[in-house]
Design a protein around this ligand. Structure first.
Ligand SMILES: C[S@@+](CC[C@H](N)C(=O)[O-])C[C@H]1O[C@@H](n2cnc3c(N)ncnc32)[C@H](O)[C@@H]1O
Length: 238
């Protein structure tokens, strides 16, 4: 049997959002490799006497994935947990893991995304929203244009901003987004906004106001934003 990999989503931070199937996959694995915050979310399912746990950073991850893959014996399992849903805003890493292990040896288990929790809290259904992540290393210029268009089209938006502390020109956080929309012809004083930090954890905060109010405000890296243009429509209307 080849070396196997679980790539799982563990929810936005609270262990209550870790699914049973994700916990089972953690228990089945000989190697657990992840970022500090994500590992802390599943700490309760890890047995450090039996499993090898490796913490990675953006800088160290390539070397660690390669080393673990080389060390694994046939039939062994490795698990790489991701915050939220592994299928949202994680593909830069997931694509690399698929390359290393091979598609047929990887099982992807979805999780509950911060985007879904933000949708639930703001009462903006995901099917009525333009959903976008700016939390990518690649170019975001087209995504920015699409954002303006979506707002002009009257759509709601649920988004993950882009923190980039080492190069502020690449930063695209709530304040930058509010300014960008205003500079692109949108009346941000009338646009309803939410910003959520540290969702599902004891540090969770909620901002509610207009998009204009977001200008000059700072939020944690761990935050999501919603622009609410929802027109509620029930089945009674059809
Ligand atoms: C690389 S993206 C991963 C998104 C994740 N896969 C998801 O589905 O939520 C990292 C970003 O997700 C958002 N995020 C993750 N957990 C969060 C939380 N507990 N509260 C607010 N935002 C969160 C933040 O915008 C953070 O910078």
């Amino acid at each position: 049997m080849p070396k196997k990999l679980f790539v799982i989503g563990v929810g936005p931070g609270s262990p209550k959002y870790v699914t049973d199937i994700a916990k089972e996959a953690v228990r089945k694995s000989q190697y657990v490799v992840g970022y500090k915050y994500t590992l802390s979310t599943i700490e309760g399912s890890i047995d450090r006497r039996r499993q090898q746990v490796l913490e990675v950073t953006m800088k160290s991850q390539e070397e660690v994935y390669q080393n673990v893959y080389a060390k694994m014996k046939d039939g062994e399992y490795c698990i790489v947990p991701f915050t939220g849903d592994v299928n949202f805003s994680e593909s830069e890493v997931v694509d690399r893991l698929l390359e290393i292990f091979g598609d047929d040896n990887v099982q992807i288990i979805p999780g509950i995304s911060s985007i879904q929790v933000a949708a639930a809290k703001s009462r903006v259904p995901t099917d009525k929203a333009h959903i976008v992540t700016f939390h990518v290393t690649g170019d975001i210029e087209q995504k920015k244009k699409d954002l303006v268009q979506a707002v002009k089209d009257g759509k709601s938006v649920i988004l993950l901003p882009r923190p980039w502390p080492r190069d502020l020109s690449k930063h695209f956080m709530q304040s930058d987004i509010a300014k960008f929309l205003r500079e692109n012809g949108i009346d941000t004083t009338k646009l309803k906004a939410w910003a959520f930090e540290h969702l599902t954890t004891e540090k969770e905060t909620t901002f509610r106001g207009s998009v204009k109010d977001l200008e000059g405000k700072e939020f944690s890296d761990l935050s999501a934003m919603v622009i609410d243009q929802v027109k509620r429509q029930t089945y009674l209307e059809f």
